[in-house]
Ligand binder design. Structure first.
Ligand SMILES: [Zn+2]
Length: 391
């Protein structure tokens, strides 16, 4: 174990000051010193550095009963920006946000699952450039791009390792190439992991975030952090086997969860039951009206989905579940059927009632998690290591 270098201590102290000002809104130097426990000279030198980087600015004067009024400092929320990109395949979304996570530019488009690597890269570069142009900022002001892919990822090389669609991205240097072309650092992550960051939960409790999309993804959020696992891919639930004799999955295995219950599976099951093609959202609508086939297909999917969710609850002992990107609210028969199946399959082991709710993100908001990931890193306090005895 190594001791902390001066650079890390300085970064950690800077993060303390930035976070204190960020949560207070405005602060004087004295308040920063009291709030962080740092000495006044240390705070002054940090504030000078932050001012020169235009991260902190003098926002006014604090009231004083006697003598000179001290300066108040605030974070300049437009000092840095972040970009989030969410690729479900075909749906794709981008947001550019300021330091508070407020969107300055949004885009939604469709990305062909058979697109070549060069086409995918060109589309992403184009969308980033358009965002910069629209928001009138340059790449140097953007801290990073959080790129969510429907894949198991290698976070160290910023690549997708395994995908069941957008095959052209498999082991391709997409993070590195996008960085090179846009001059903005890129972090590639699993899409569900990023979506969970943007979902407005009550944050006080652990929860399971399930991304119900073309495939199915999961993030296990513990102590307000996404549990990453040893390789950054915890929660790869879409390709866990639910029925070994079930339908063939795009990954080559049989009976994976997402081969049985996902938007893509529901669309396919509806087409074979009803004899006509309909998009997922239409099937949800049909279930509300007369659609016999729609209701049956969704009911069947809900039974399997509820079983999978019940298994997750038993494995994690986490009872709060958010169903993201489901396309309907808690009153829809699909949602109520899922909730019922969860209740049935957890009944014998129930320690408390499972709490299911529909996710609140829609449209371009799905990309907010990528931006939030970048902002969190900016405000994160570097991990200080304890000096080992005698070391
Ligand atoms: Zn599979």
């Amino acid at each position: 174990m190594t001791a902390n270098s001066g650079v890390i201590v300085k970064k950690a102290n800077t993060a303390l000051v930035v976070n204190a000002v960020r949560s207070a809104g405005t602060m004087t130097i004295e308040e920063m010193a009291t709030g962080t426990g740092l000495s006044r000279p240390t705070v002054v030198s940090i504030v000078r550095a932050l001012e020169s980087q235009r991260i902190i600015y003098r926002s006014g004067l604090a009231p004083a009963e006697v003598g000179r009024q001290p300066n108040l400092y605030a974070i300049d929320v437009t000092a840095r920006f972040a970009i989030g990109i969410d690729i479900d395949g075909p749906p794709a979304r981008l947001v550019l946000t300021d330091l508070t996570g407020a969107a300055r530019h949004e885009a939604v488009w469709r990305l062909d699952n058979d697109a070549t690597y060069e086409e995918i890269l060109a589309t992403l570069v184009h969308q980033v450039e358009q965002a910069l142009r629209t928001a009138a900022i340059n790449p140097q002001q953007v801290m990073g791009i959080g790129l969510g892919l429907p894949a198991s990822v290698d976070v160290s090389s910023n690549r997708a390792v395994n995908l069941s669609r957008l095959e052209a991205l498999r082991d391709a240097p997409i993070g590195e190439a996008l960085h090179e072309r846009t001059q903005i650092p890129v972090s590639v992550r699993n899409d569900a992991h990023l979506m969970a960051l943007a979902e407005d939960s009550d944050k006080q409790e652990d929860y399971l975030y399930i991304a119900f999309r073309t495939g199915v993804g999961l993030a296990v959020v513990i102590d307000e952090k996404v549990f990453e696992g040893q390789t950054g891919n915890a929660g790869f639930i879409g390709h866990t086997t639910i029925s070994p004799t079930g339908p063939l999955c795009a990954c080559g295995m049989r009976g994976c969860l997402e081969a049985i219950v996902s938007k893509r599976a529901i669309v396919a099951n509806y087409a074979s039951a009803a004899g006509v093609d309909a998009p997922y959202d239409t099937i949800l609508d049909l279930a509300l009206h007369d659609g016999d086939h729609a209701l049956l297909v969704l009911d069947d999917a809900a039974r399997w989905f509820g079983l999978a969710i019940a298994n997750l609850i038993k494995i994690t002992d986490v009872y709060t579940v958010i169903l993201g990107d489901l396309g309907c609210d808690e009153t829809h028969p699909f949602f109520t059927a899922i909730a019922e199946a969860v209740a049935v399959n957890t009944a014998t082991f129930l320690r408390r009632p499972p709490r299911l709710r529909a996710g609140r993100l829609s449209g371009a908001q799905f990309a907010l998690g990528g931006a939030e990931f970048i902002i969190d890193q900016f405000f994160a306090t570097p991990r200080l290591r304890l000096k080992a005895d005698g070391g």
